[in-house]
Ligand binder design. Structure first.
Ligand code: PEP
Length: 245
């Protein structure tokens, strides 16, 4: 059975004072015996802060992207080995904001997944179609192309990843996919993972305008193992309500 997981993506938000409060409240508010795992993916400068605040708890932490290179002349980039030194369990790769704004290609996302695994972390690989692609009936083709690109690079290690289905049209828009729409795509992804003997080990997360009010219905779907939560993860009460849904 894939693990149940809810991950917060803080995006480019936070400051030292607010993070302190948020991380402390998260630690106090999340029950140790919870069946679901939770984690937060924070901006690079705050990795040390997440590590300090969450070490010894059941809550994981991670980064929001990683370089595909191990070291060298890549000014401004951050290598997987550096991130791993801060105790990170997870790295988000291929978020649609990075694909759209920073030109990340399927091949780059695959290389980043590989780099994260090599450093002992779990890549959370984001896949998702635009509204135009969905309207054109190409949604499944797009997400499978994005998944296959990663599989062709890392092979059987796909079993060690987490996949997040994040329809681009649902991210930060307040317009979540319905449970039926999300489940349909998750089923397609699960089927493809089955072909790679990874269906039972990979957690499939849904992301895109998840709130406390819609989390329960989404997480109740057969192939949805949890969520990747953007905006709502900055509000501890909301995030904890989603994680507990
Ligand atoms: C995200 O950024 O991964 C995300 C799902 O954002 P939001 O929850 O704000 O739609």
């Amino acid at each position: 059975m894939p693990g149940k997981l809810v991950v917060g993506n803080w995006k480019m938000n936070g400051d030292l004072r607010r993070n302190d409060a948020l991380l402390a409240d998260l630690r106090v508010g999340w029950p140790v015996q919870a069946i679901r795992q939770i984690a937060v993916c924070v901006p690079f400068p705050y990795l040390w802060q997440a590590q300090a605040a969450l070490s010894g708890s059941t809550i994981g932490w991670g980064a929001q992207t990683v370089s595909e290179y191990a070291h060298g002349a890549h000014t401004g980039e951050v290598a997987a080995g550096m991130i791993a030194e801060f105790g990170c369990r997870y790295v988000i790769v291929g978020h649609s904001e990075r694909r759209a704004s920073y030109g990340e290609t399927d091949e780059m996302v695959a290389a980043k997944s590989s780099a994260a695994l090599d450093a002992g972390m779990t890549p959370i690989v984001c896949v998702g179609e635009s509204w135009a692609e969905r309207e054109a009936g190409a949604g499944d083709t797009v997400v499978l192309r994005q998944l296959d690109a990663v599989v062709s690079r890392i092979g059987r290690r796909i079993a060690e990843t987490v996949i997040a289905y994040e329809p681009v049209w649902a991210i930060g828009t307040g317009r979540s996919a319905t449970p039926e729409q999300a489940q349909a795509v998750h089923e397609v992804l699960r089927k493809r993972l089955r072909k790679h003997e990874a269906a039972e080990s990979v957690s499939l997360l849904y992301g895109g305008s998840v709130k406390a009010g819609n989390a329960k219905a989404l997480f109740a779907c057969a192939d949805i193992d949890g969520g990747l939560i953007g905006g709502a993860s900055l509000n501890v009460d909301e995030f904890l309500a989603i994680a507990g849904a």
